[in-house]
Design a protein around this ligand. Structure first.
Ligand code: ATP
Ligand code: MG
Length: 738
């Protein structure tokens, strides 16, 4: 293969057009699996081949993993690296590391995750002497997040909120912000806000970066928020070389501030933009593509688009309704096991779900069968107490102003600096006008303390100085972390604590963390602050340790951008998908449909959608039943199994699933699913004749609540002139032939 031509020979005409339009604004709008990401990669390669310096190219992806893959592919295509590829947060963190000093802040700042931010907000609530039961820190955090999404400063928030609760929230914002600055920390929103402010308010900085970066590319543009958009607009401003790709039907982050209108904004801002539409799907079988397209067609606020494929129909998309979630899990695990036995790669099999808690039954079932799996992003490694402790220690060593981390480690492991001691120390700190961490590093400060506390504080102070010396020795992150575990006596303390709690492998997570640190030292230089930034910015997808072939379990949100041969989506139940939150918080129902659409379009060859009549969650069994979304997939190339009406002897369906799950033509024999047709009442319409045991025959007047998340209700006028409103699912109605 001629490497000079390689990039273009793998593209279709439209993709090539997007790649060859090297300069100026370009918008690629296209459905799932049409090669948007591939187009971005090839465009980068083409830019480099045309002489653009790799470091002048900034490409933004949604996860670090995607960024890594893109970087590797570009390197394979042109044999050169050095392109800035990463997430928005990652780019902003490195930007701030360099530019923060312009506004007098240190580049060695801490990055606070949601847990840290919440801890900080709790302190704010205390400082403001608010009642945490009345004014919950989590609500305040959310209010602050909303202002931040709108790029409003605390002062602007205060101006806009002069009354009641809003005024309290604005005061909390101001204090939260001041505390962040004092701790030299940024929360996730801050990374982008601070970077944008620096670019907008400081011409030197703006010119520096505009000169540095000539071409900007953004994948998954539908999920960017206005601040992120402003950021890439500003960076690419002089040449207007901004290329974005996205799919409105995959917009699933509007609840986190992503702006679904950003395609319109782009077209307004760049009226001369070259618009490229890609219509050929290279990923999925025709049956999968058909079902996914029919589903998304139910969204009203969307521009219809064509998606074609040259792939064969493939096996039918399966919709299976189980009696309960353990049957569902068993069936999915059986199917995965059978597929692997028949030669499928475990990595090519994925199970998706709406919320993390749904993974447990599937995990148990896979475990029971000895099928290896990994939970992508789930209960994270980084959320484990010992890992958080270790990170807090490292963070504080890197940024001595970091109060949130300091409070976590001060008495961990316990060293006699409990609450009472801390109060005393805080009083001294306030007297001297220094922060608590600064005070603790000052051995002359403890004279007035009671003997025991004084000794404890002195020992702590000594420890801090020892650790400082270790850190300055600069032997890499891993060596320092190991030293820290010894000097602080954390290892010994944790071993006792964990074995008391019955842990078989108390050092498992710590060991894994050290391995991570070691890898970092080996590949990226071993600077503690950079290492910490890197691990704080790992997305769910990145947080997963890849240790050999395994079935992938992840949320629908995490599945974005990925593809697998076989996809099983569990929990497509009422009140799960669409999620009850969507209703409670008045979220967009259409977004829930897009979410399912994203999951479905990940599948290449096999797609199975599962629901259950009963589901145990949070220790309770609830009646859920199949989601109304499943009614929207149509019939073409879709096979349905199981009973969609309330619990009508479900065993045969489970049996059928099991019997057929090993079969190539998995349950495609229609004679085997006689009563596994659609819901017997699916055909019920206004005017249908129905029969009810108590009320007799009647006529349906109206069918209501057809919308997602609502139970369908029917109003029936029975022949005795009785009018009844019934919940269809529990109505016991039979549809009479007319
Ligand atoms: P999504 O919307 O899910 O992010 P996408 O539009 O980014 O999808 P890609 O992931 O780039 O699509 O491509 C989907 C699949 O199709 C990939 O496996 C890719 O390698 C393949 N593909 C894309 N374009 C072509 C092409 N011109 N010829 C052959 N295969 C292609
Ligand atoms: Mg993509």
């Amino acid at each position: 293969m001629d490497s000079q031509d390689a990039p273009l020979s793998h593209l279709n005409d439209e993709q090539r057009a997007a790649v060859l339009a090297l300069h100026g604004p370009v918008l690629v709008v296209a459905g799932a699996g049409t090669g948007k990401t591939r187009t971005i990669t090839h465009r980068i390669a083409m830019l480099i081949r045309e002489g653009v310096a790799p470091s002048a190219i900034l490409a933004v992806t949604f996860t670090n993993k995607a960024a890594r893959e893109m970087r590797e592919r570009v390197e394979r295509l042109v044999g050169r690296g050095g392109v800035r590829v990463g997430t928005f947060h990652g780019f902003c963190a490195s930007f701030l590391r360099e530019e923060f000093p312009v506004i007098g802040r240190s580049g060695d700042f801490s990055i606070y995750d949601e847990g840290d931010s919440l801890a900080l907000m709790k302190k704010v609530v205390e400082e403001l002497k608010l009642d945490p039961a009345q004014t919950r820190p989590v609500d305040l955090r959310r209010a602050v997040g909303r202002w931040k999404d709108r790029f409003m400063t605390p002062a602007e928030a205060a101006q806009a909120s002069t009354f009641g609760q809003h005024a309290i929230e604005a005061r909390a914002y101001a204090l939260y912000d001041a505390n962040l600055v004092a701790a030299n920390a940024c929360d996730f929103d801050d990374l982008m806000i601070q970077a944008l402010r620096l670019l907008l308010d400081h011409e030197v900085v703006r010119l520096r970066w505009q000169k540095r970066i000539s071409h900007v590319l953004v994948d998954e543009f539908q999920d960017t928020n206005p601040i992120q958009y402003a950021l890439v607009r500003t960076l690419s401003a002089p040449g207007g070389n901004l290329c974005v790709t996205g799919d409105q039907d995959q917009s699933i982050y509007s609840w986190r501030g992503a702006d679904p209108g950003n395609f319109d904004n782009f077209l307004n801002d760049y009226p001369s933009a070259r618009i490229v539409k890609l219509e050929r799907n290279y990923r999925s079988s025709a049956n999968i593509l058909g079902a996914a397209s029919r589903l998304i067609a139910h969204n009203k606020r969307r521009i219809a688009k064509t998606l074609r494929t040259q792939a064969p129909a493939g096996e039918a998309v399966r919709v299976v309704v189980f009696n309960d979630d353990s049957e569902e899990a068993a069936a999915v695990a059986d199917a995965a096991q059978t597929a692997i036995r028949e030669g499928a790669q475990p990595d090519e099999i994925a199970v998706f779900y709406r919320t993390n808690s749904l993974s447990l039954p599937v995990e148990r079932a896979l475990l029971a069968r000895g099928v290896r799996y990994r939970v992508v992003g789930g209960l994270e490694f980084f959320a484990r107490a010992e890992v958080k402790d270790l990170i807090a220690w490292l963070r504080w060593m890197s940024n001595r102003q970091d109060t949130v981390s300091f409070e976590r480690i001060m008495n961990t492991p316990p060293r006699g600096l409990g609450d009472a001691a801390v109060e005393r120390l805080e009083a001294i700190a306030a007297e001297r006008g220094v922060s608590l961490p600064v005070l603790c590093a000052d051995a002359t400060a403890f004279g007035s303390l009671p003997e025991r506390t004084r000794k404890a504080a002195l020992a702590f102070c000594k420890l801090i100085h020892q650790l400082e010396t270790e850190l300055q020795a600069g032997r890499g992150v891993r060596a320092f972390a190991e030293e820290l575990l010894e000097l602080t006596a954390y290892s010994a303390w944790w071993a006792t604590k964990a074995s008391k709690a019955g842990s078989l492998d108390p050092f498992g997570n710590i060991g894994q963390f050290l391995t991570l640190a070691g890898e970092y030292d080996g590949t990226r230089g071993g600077r503690l602050a950079d290492f910490l930034a890197e691990i704080s910015l790992l997305t769910d997808l990145d947080r997963t340790v890849d240790d050999g072939p395994a079935v992938n379990l992840m949320t629908l949100h995490t599945s974005k951008g990925l593809e697998f041969d076989q996809v099983y989506i569990v929990g497509v139940d009422q009140s799960i998908l669409p999620h009850v939150w969507a209703e409670l918080e008045d979220r967009d129902d259409e977004e829930e449909r897009r979410l399912l659409h994203v999951g479905m379009t990940r599948a290449r060859q096999r797609l199975v959608l599962c629901a259950a009549q009963l589901r145990s969650r949070f220790g309770q069994t609830t009646v859920t039943g199949p989601s109304a979304l499943l009614d929207e997939l149509g019939r073409d190339g879709v096979e349905r199994f199981g009973d969609e009406s309330p619990r009508r002897d479900p065993r045969p369906f489970k049996q059928r699933w099991r019997d057929n799950s090993g079969d190539d033509n998995w349950a495609s024999d229609a004679s085997q699913c006689d009563d596994g047709e659609d819901h017997p009442l699916a055909a019920l319409r206004e005017g249908s004749r129905v029969f009810h045991q108590d009320f007799g025959a009647g006529e349906v007047l109206t069918v209501r609540g057809h919308q997602m998340g609502l139970e369908r209700k029917v109003v029936v006028l029975f022949d005795g002139n009785q009018r009844r409103t019934l919940i269809l699912r529990h109505s016991g109605l039979t549809l009479l032939d007319t």
